[in-house]
Design a protein around this ligand. Structure first.
Ligand SMILES: C=C(O[C@H]1C=CC=C(C(=O)O)[C@@H]1O)C(=O)O
Length: 383
């Protein structure tokens, strides 16, 4: 552990030298971690047996970047947010930020959504997730300051700052777990449906949302059941999960891997999830790539720790020194879907937002949903 001033100084030093780095805090953890790559080589993921931090794009055909564990320095500090004011207090953040939209932006998105609804009604697919991106001028484009604000505002999200000479700066505060693996046990989630959070998580959901989320759960279960290396799959009951100013319906899905060294098949089966692509997957993916007027790049891709050796707390009851050491190191994979995210370039942020379209969707409501989702990033861009 180092103190947070040194942590941020080192992080800034790394991207100042154009070397890849990532700083992040996982949901509910009071620890901020970083991997600072020691050189400025471009490492890529080949078969997901690598160890490090992965940053993967939406389109599985494109390259996934890796900061390899063995080529980087690892840092961490405990968040003591209130202590020295290094992380700004919540009062500086306002909850809803008004931005002006061009009528054309709204029309363009609504037309895209309508096209998606029509295709669903024609039976070409059951669900498609359609997105747009929006450029916002940032008054204070200091990456560290933006990251600190995200940490303060979203303690229950996976909050990150990613820098790579090939991708530039990306930030996010995502609510969606793609995959967590501990020894042979894994979990993923089926996430769908959105409503504004109004101080209450015990809320009613409309049947449109309930049905949409059930599609997602069923689709993931079916894909997992067809996968050779996976067994003993179980689900939680659906519940409302808070994500910033929003609520979603979530079902946790658990299972066991026959060979925990082989994550490739599992990750290729679940990414891109129906929360960001649609179902059936290939038909939805083709429609997205053909019809969205922007490239998603890393939005709705995934990111996180891949086979990262992590030290666990030692069990002081254990007498045998060798066993103790054996028990203290474990491999950790914890990947998140890159939602509620933005790219920072030349003093501008590009915010990416989307929503799931089914036969019962309404284009104007879907536009509003993307406006609401964009607040997650906008709230940290205001002074
Ligand atoms: C695609 C996004 O959100 C997904 C995650 C949760 C709920 C969603 C929805 O209600 O449409 C989306 O599937 C996004 O934030 O850009």
């Amino acid at each position: 552990m180092i103190d947070q001033k040194d942590f941020f100084r080192k992080l800034e030093g790394n991207f100042g030298e154009n070397k890849p780095c990532v700083a992040y805090s996982k949901p509910g953890e009071n620890i901020v971690k970083a991997l600072l790559q020691l050189d400025n080589e471009n490492y890529q993921v080949q078969d997901l047996s690598e160890s490090g931090f992965v940053f993967a794009p939406f389109d599985p055909e494109n390259d996934s970047y890796l900061i390899p564990a063995e080529k980087s320095e690892r840092l961490e500090f405990d968040i003591q947010l209130e202590e020295d004011g290094a992380i700004p207090s919540d009062e500086e953040n306002i909850d809803s930020v008004d931005f002006e939209y061009m009528e054309e932006d709204q029309k363009r998105h609504e037309n895209l959504v309508q096209k998606g609804i029509d295709e669903v009604k024609e039976g070409n697919f059951k669900k498609v997730v359609l997105s747009r991106s929006e450029q916002v001028e940032v008054l204070d484009p200091d990456p560290i300051r933006i990251f600190k604000k995200l940490l303060k505002k979203y303690p229950n999200a996976m909050v990150y700052l990613w820098f790579h000479p090939q991708t530039g700066f990306w930030f996010g505060a995502t609510p969606e777990t793609l995959l967590r693996v501990e020894r042979t046990k894994f979990n993923t989630m089926a996430l769908a449906g959105t409503q504004l959070y109004k101080g209450e998580t015990d809320v009613e959901w409309e049947s449109k949302e309930v049905e949409e989320q059930l599609f997602v759960t069923d689709y993931i279960l079916e894909s997992l059941e067809n996968l050779e290396g996976v067994e003993n799959i179980k689900t939680s009951r659906p519940y409302s999960a808070k994500a910033g100013n929003l609520l979603h319906i979530c079902t946790d899905i658990f299972g066991y891997l026959k060979d925990p060294e082989n994550l490739k098949d599992l990750i290729e089966t679940i990414h891109p999830t129906p929360a960001v692509c649609g179902l059936p997957r290939q038909e939805a993916l083709d429609f997205i790539l053909e019809n969205e007027d922007h490239s998603r790049e890393f939005y709705s891709g995934y990111l996180g720790e891949l086979n990262l050796k992590t030290e666990q707390k030692r069990n002081s009851n254990q007498r045998n020194q060798e066993n103790q050491q054996f028990a203290s190191i474990s491999k950790q994979t914890e990947l998140f879907v890159n939602l509620r995210c933005m790219k920072l370039k030349d003093g501008n942020a590009r915010i990416y937002v989307g929503g799931g379209i089914t036969k019962d969707s309404n284009a104007a409501d879907e536009w509003m949903e993307t406006v609401n989702k964009s607040q997650t990033m906008k709230a940290v861009l205001v002074k």
